[in-house]
Design a protein around this ligand. Structure first.
Ligand SMILES: C[S@@+](CC[C@H](N)C(=O)[O-])C[C@H]1O[C@@H](n2cnc3c(N)ncnc32)[C@H](O)[C@@H]1O
Length: 222
């Protein structure tokens, strides 16, 4: 159904993006993304959202085998998986806390396993150590969503030599209190100092309006 037919307008998308920082519990965040799920793809695509294609293209530079086991963390409705599947990757799993988003993703028939789960705090993944060749996580390090406490779990489930790609808006590094003053990058560096992973690329996509810049952190597991 087109956005206009569903009653979802561009103004509603702008309003939704603006209120995201008020979704300060997992319940509110879940309702927010569940409500958005049926219209999310069209809404963000029409706003020029490039995170999924940008990050999936970066992944191709590091993960050459199309059979590689890839985990799309905070997959939402599966925009990242769609790009990866379109590039020939055949073995992709997804996890997201929004059940309605996962149902949209499931219908695309691009993921092998899909999990509904909120990550962070004491919530551990029910996944064996060293299961994946790569994690790709796009657009979920933001207000009230993922924080650095998930990084040890990311590292645990990726094989030594595998990659973790985290894509986010650079402005969140400044505006989200858990990330600001170098805290997020400091937590990443601490894990590197502990010998858990190594930063292989910090890729910044610069836009005309620098507030729209996005950064992708690419780490390799030790
Ligand atoms: C902006 S969307 C991005 C979705 C997809 N990666 C994309 O780029 O289109 C953020 C997604 O992260 C999920 N999310 C946020 N925080 C999460 C958490 N703590 N655990 C699991 N999923 C989370 C939300 O439910 C939402 O689907």
């Amino acid at each position: 159904m087109a956005m206009a037919e569903s009653g979802w307008t561009k103004e509603k998308t702008v309003e939704f993006i603006a209120i995201q920082k008020d979704m300060d519990t997992k319940e509110k965040l879940g309702q927010y993304f569940d409500e958005w799920a049926p219209n999310y793809d069209q809404a963000v695509t029409s706003m020029g959202y490039i995170g999924p294609s940008l990050t999936a293209n970066l992944l191709q530079k590091y993960v050459k085998s199309k059979d590689a086991r890839i985990f799309d963390v905070a997959s939402g409705t599966g925009l990242v998986g769609e790009v990866l599947a379109g590039s020939g990757y055949t073995n992709i799993d997804a996890v997201d806390g929004s059940a309605a988003s996962i149902e949209v993703a499931r219908k695309k028939n691009i993921y092998t396993n899909l999990y509904v789960q909120w990550l962070g705090g004491d919530n551990k993944l029910n996944i064996n150590n060293d299961s994946y060749d790569a994690i790709i996580c796009v657009g979920a390090f933001a207000f009230n969503q993922l924080e650095s406490d998930v990084l040890p779990e990311f590292i645990r489930v990726v094989k030594p030599g595998g990659y973790i790609l985290i894509n986010m808006r650079t402005r969140w590094l400044r505006l989200v209190s858990q990330f600001s003053d170098g805290k997020l990058e400091g937590d990443m560096a601490k894990l590197e100092n502990e010998g858990k992973w190594k930063l292989v690329e910090r890729h910044v996509k610069e836009e005309k309006d620098s507030e729209q810049n996005v950064v992708t952190f690419i780490h390799q597991i030790c």
